[in-house]
Design a protein around this ligand. Structure first.
Ligand SMILES: Nc1ncnc2c1ncn2[C@@H]1O[C@H](COP(=O)(O)OP(=O)(O)O)[C@@H](O)[C@H]1O
Ligand SMILES: [Mg+2]
Length: 354
């Protein structure tokens, strides 16, 4: 049974419909991210699940119970936001204890649970401090401890890492995920950061204009994007205009020459298509290496050294450049800007965008 079910959710503010026919079935202990550009409706979905907004139509069920009409404090959810929403006048321990006091947990049990939660987020011994005495990352750890202390059925996180420095953000996302796994708590996480969503989630919901464009594992979303929007939103993408020559064998004509997609296509011959592939799908062929079946030439225009990866752009036809990502391996020399290179693209890595 699904632990959190969102059915046919619609939300309008006046004439503006910001959530459109949104469905989601979350399994127990699952970690799902809502990913999409600013304004696509992520926070609105989360606030409806939490009970801070009423849906125009549709329902929310937690553990088989329809909670659509319940107040937030009747839903057994924990929440954490981007801004450090700690109570500034309460100590760290007071903040973590807050939800426990509200739900009538005894004083001794509260003390025990606060200590346990602070240990879990790596802040043992910080109980007597005030929020202003903590760094941003520490404040978010306290916010997490406060959210999970009452043992909610569902944890809702709205961009909890966005305000933090890059290094702390990456460290904390790993910690949140580890704690979520340890507690087995069903978690709905909102972010506009695709790397964060991919790194943390069991499944990702890519949202666009209030709709779920695709729901899938990070691997599915990245390697088999269901729409042009998803393909472009997730990761870097090269695009190539093409004309379909033979639908049965997948032969196409492109500005870099004929290519075979090695599969039949549903479109009719003569149709204009957009092909797409990732920068890491392009192979830079070394001098003297055997040429793969689909190869073409390009001139390297830019070269960015990113550490693990070297990212090139090559001009492969008039007004057409493609990105190429190569691993930076010891002992391999990569070409310099201005060089003519041969590039290869495996047929199975070419997507056809709708
Ligand atoms: N209380 C509200 N009243 C009117 N419009 C709102 C309200 N809350 C959100 N919106 C609008 O709904 C859309 C989606 O907002 P939101 O869910 O916050 O998006 P996201 O979290 O993906 O950035 C935006 O266009 C926003 O302006
Ligand atoms: Mg938001």
């Amino acid at each position: 049974m699904s632990l959190l079910t969102i059915r046919s959710l619609v939300k309008s503010f006046g004439a503006n419909t910001v959530v459109k026919d949104f469905d989601l079935h979350m399994q127990d202990s699952e970690f799902i991210s809502l990913l999409g550009p600013s304004g696509c409706g992520k926070t609105t979905v989360l606030r409806i699940v939490a009970g801070f907004e009423t849906p125009s139509t549709g329902s929310v069920e937690i553990d088989g119970q329809n909670v659509t009409g319940l107040r937030p404090n009747q839903r057994k959810i924990g929440m954490m936001f981007q801004s450090y929403a700690l109570f500034p006048n309460l100590t760290v321990a007071g903040n973590v204890a807050f939800g426990l006091k509200v739900s009538g947990v005894s004083a001794s049990e509260t003390t025990r649970r606060v200590d346990e939660m602070l240990a879990m987020v790596g802040l043992s011994g910080f109980g007597a401090r005030y929020p202003y005495q903590l760094s941003g990352g520490q404040q978010q750890r306290v916010a997490l401890a406060r959210a999970i202390a009452p043992r909610p059925r569902v944890l809702l996180l709205d961009e909890p890492l966005s305000a933090l420095d890059a290094k702390i953000r990456v460290a904390l996302r790993g910690e949140i995920r580890a704690i979520q796994r340890e507690l087995g708590i069903t978690t709905l996480f909102v972010t506009h950061d695709q790397e964060e969503a991919m790194a943390m989630s069991d499944r990702v919901v890519v949202m666009n204009g209030g709709r779920a464009e695709q729901v899938g594992t990070p691997d599915e979303i990245y390697n088999r994007p269901a729409s042009r929007f998803v393909a472009q939103f997730i990761g870097a993408l090269n695009m190539l205009p093409a004309t379909l020559r033979d639908a049965a064998t997948g032969m196409v004509e492109t500005p870099i020459g004929p290519l075979s997609l090695e599969r039949s296509l549903p479109q009719s011959n003569g149709t204009a298509l957009t092909l797409a592939f990732r920068p890491e799908s392009l192979r830079l062929i070394a001098d003297g290496e055997a040429l793969p079946p689909q190869n073409f030439s390009g001139r390297l225009m830019t070269r960015e050294f990113l550490g693990a990866i070297v990212r090139f752009r090559a001009e492969v036809a008039k007004d057409l450049t493609l990105g190429i990502d190569c691993f930076n391996r010891t002992g391999e020399t990569l070409p310099q800007i201005g060089h003519e290179v041969r590039l290869g693209i495996p047929a199975q890595e070419i997507l056809v965008l709708n």
